[in-house]
Design a protein around this ligand. Structure first.
Ligand SMILES: *Cc1c(COP(=O)(O)O)cnc(C)c1O
Length: 357
């Protein structure tokens, strides 16, 4: 039987229709601005995010890397972001290694910090203090990834932007899954991206494309971003071949994200009733389900043997992500497998999952 792959929404394969769009793509040299498909995608994303211009890049990681490089100056500039944020946890130290950023983690619920927490962190490093790093850039991840796919309330984002503005800081929106937040909230992408100096979306998460992401900002910022696209080795040639998948995804794979969210909620509701699992299904807003279990590594290993893949993201935390290759039957199979494993474990060790209270 096919693997039920809930490891990540990056695991999707391009559909037959997306492959047809890729095969039919008109191409040229993107570095000369002569690839019509890349140009169309950049214009589409700029309009979508309500910014002047956009730049097609191979990965979301490069979007973050280039944006940070553009905002952070040498000399101890500080990037403030959630402790669970991607640039801090999963980019090989890139912001520090490539841009010299001091990364200051902010704590908060589900990967979201408050305007107040940001103001406190800025106050801890006042401009007149020669000993302190210089607060310079604030990063927001919308929706959160390791925070459990949570959508920041618009008011909270606007509060964070207001604090940043008040202190003259730059702002960056990591919108790897922004379209999930758009579909879940009904708030337009341009509204979420409003007020940020840079913002980007990924095509390889729930949107289901094989490669690519797009960074947006002012025309001046994007002109300068081209320099770092070249420097970091992200300048391509007939990139319309992959940009076509991004265009196809924006056309055909946005509204269907609602199905992924519904499947994630079903999965969460099923999991929440199983012994040993701690999970609040009402907290599942998009396509990511994170739950606590006594031994995450053992559970994932047993699931794998049963044809279901989830990711252990800590000793006692598991992440499952829905996407376009996961249907209702796959969710049923995943739930049946988790249930079988946990109930068998309970029979073997009757007290192991019981609370001491
Ligand atoms: C996946 C992800 C990235 C990196 O994107 P890639 O295209 O995999 O390089 C950055 N930020 C968040 C929140 C992500 O989920």
């Amino acid at each position: 039987m096919d693997l039920v792959n809930l490891y990540s929404d990056t695991q999707t394969r391009p559909t037959a229709a997306m492959r047809a769009a890729i095969a039919a793509a008109e191409v040229g040299d993107e570095q000369r601005g002569e690839d019509p498909t890349v140009t169309a995608l950049q214009e589409r994303v700029a309009a979508l995010l309500g910014h002047e211009a956009a730049l097609f890049l191979p990965t979301g990681t490069m979007c973050n890397a280039i944006a940070v490089r553009l905002h952070i100056r040498p000399g101890g500039d500080e990037l403030l972001l959630a402790r669970s944020a991607h640039p801090l946890q999963f980019e090989a130290g890139g912001p520090s290694a490539l841009s010299g950023a001091v990364m200051t983690p902010l704590d908060g619920e589900h990967g979201m910090f408050t305007p107040h927490a940001l103001a406190d962190a800025i106050a801890a490093h006042p401009a007149h203090d020669r000993h302190a790093p210089r607060p310079r850039l604030v990063g927001v991840e919308q929706p959160t990834n390791m925070g459990g796919g949570r959508v920041w309330p618009l008011q909270q984002v606007e509060g964070v932007l207001a604090v940043a503005r008040e202190h003259g800081l730059r702002t960056h929106l990591d919108g790897a899954r922004l379209m999930n937040a758009v579909v879940a909230s009904g708030v337009a992408a341009a509204t979420w991206a409003r007020g940020f100096d840079s913002a980007w979306i990924d095509f390889t998460k729930g949107l289901g494309a094989p490669v690519g992401a797009c960074l947006a900002g002012s025309r001046e910022l994007i002109d300068e971003a081209w320099r770092y696209k070249q420097m970091f080795g992200g300048a391509m040639r007939q990139a319309g071949i992959i940009a076509a998948a991004g265009l196809y995804a924006l056309e055909h794979h946005v509204e269907r994200l609602a199905e992924d969210h519904a499947q994630a909620r079903l999965l969460a509701e099923g999991l929440a009733g199983l012994p040993g699992i701690e999970l609040d299904p009402t907290a599942v807003e998009t396509n990511i389900v994170i739950f606590s279990v006594p031994d995450a590594v053992a559970l994932c290993a047993q699931l794998e043997a049963d044809g279901v893949r989830m990711g252990a993201i800590g000793a006692d935390r598991v992440r499952a992500v829905t996407h376009l290759d996961v249907d209702a039957r796959a969710i049923e199979r995943a739930l049946a497998a988790v249930s079988r494993i946990l109930l068998a474990g309970r029979r073997r060790a009757p007290t192991s999952n019981r609370r001491s209270t």
